[in-house]
Design a protein around this ligand. Structure first.
Ligand code: PBE
Length: 302
């Protein structure tokens, strides 16, 4: 029941009566203020997710459990590509949308977006992305291991490669372009490394962030005379492939939260070379024009 509307249609006397008993809303909010559907209603209580195996989807399931105000909300699962398409469409129409989002990602270069505050820290804080290798890899291929160990870049670096991928450049070409523009960084990674031989088996999940890092490191290894063999896998199987020695290395362990469960289930069965990127993040992301700041601003489904 909309009391304000009723008040207006029923005439002044009723309005005054309502005002007298304190039921009318303050006039400053304007007429549309309290007739507008809530964000939850407009979104049909649905967060826009990505691939169901992703760490951010696991975190989002936890968020749905931990935030009482998300009672009745769901997360849709599709793919990262569909998520960014829906985000783009919503922004074109200035409509609300809440996506599972992460940094580095080109969407922050393309649109004005913000993370919703996460007072319960379900999505963790700042993350780093680590390089892990199979046991014995350092001994078998010390020079390749040294390059992988030295590999360190910034969120801006990764985002720039991701943006090129999004614009349609092939991964190998995008990696080569980045290397060409950042030869000083690459020289640091390969300093003191003799020209190598042999094949380095790299595993990666086909997320743009991992496509970027894996192709950059692959092209750098190739520049130094190594061959590379790239295999795509889901995040769980990828950890397993390293643990079992089927793959040599991966550059895409988002920690401590996003892939923490996988990391722990195979800990001791791989060698962690440490962070190749600091300042990553995951969370719920909305267009800047949305009038909410925190996950706690969302209302439960009636
Ligand atoms: N991501 C991108 C992945 C890791 C890389 C944040 C979508 C995930 O959630 O598992």
């Amino acid at each position: 029941m909309n009391w304000k509307k009723l008040g207006l249609t029923a005439g002044l006397s009723l309005s005054l009566a309502l005002a007298a008993c304190g039921s009318t809303e303050d006039d400053s909010s304007g007429d549309s203020g309290d007739t507008k559907a809530s964000v939850g209603e407009q979104l049909e209580y649905t967060l826009t997710g990505i691939e169901s195996g992703a760490g951010i989807m696991v975190a989002t399931d936890n968020a749905l459990k931990e935030y009482e105000n998300l009672e009745g909300w769901e997360v849709s699962s599709s793919s990262s590509a569909v998520m960014t398409e829906q985000l783009g469409n919503a922004i074109d129409n200035e409509e609300p949308i809440i996506v599972t989002g992460w940094t580095p990602h080109w969407k922050f270069a393309e649109y004005d977006l913000k993370y919703l505050e996460d007072p319960k820290e379900v999505y963790g804080g700042t993350e780093h992305i680590n390089t892990i290798v199979r046991k014995g890899f350092k001994e078998d291929m010390p020079d390749a291991a040294k390059i992988l160990d030295n590999f360190k870049w910034s969120p801006e670096d990764m985002q720039s490669v991701m943006l090129e991928l999004q614009e349609g450049t092939e991964p190998v070409k995008a990696a080569q372009n980045w290397i060409e523009n950042n030869q000083d960084k690459v020289d640091e990674w390969t300093k003191g490394v003799e020209d190598g031989s042999g094949t380095v088996k790299l595993a990666y999940v086909p997320w743009q962030s991992e496509i970027s890092s894996t192709h950059v490191i692959s092209e750098v290894l190739k520049q130094k005379g190594f061959e590379t063999d790239l295999t795509q896998a889901g995040i769980g199987p990828m950890f397993q492939a390293i643990a079992e020695g089927d793959s040599d290395a991966m550059t895409s362990a988002w920690l401590p939260r996003t892939h923490g469960d996988h990391y722990e289930s195979f800990e001791e069965e791989f060698v962690d070379l440490g962070a190749n990127l600091e300042g990553a993040k995951i969370g719920l992301v909305v267009p800047d024009y949305m009038d909410i700041e925190s996950i706690e601003d969302l209302e439960p489904k009636e």
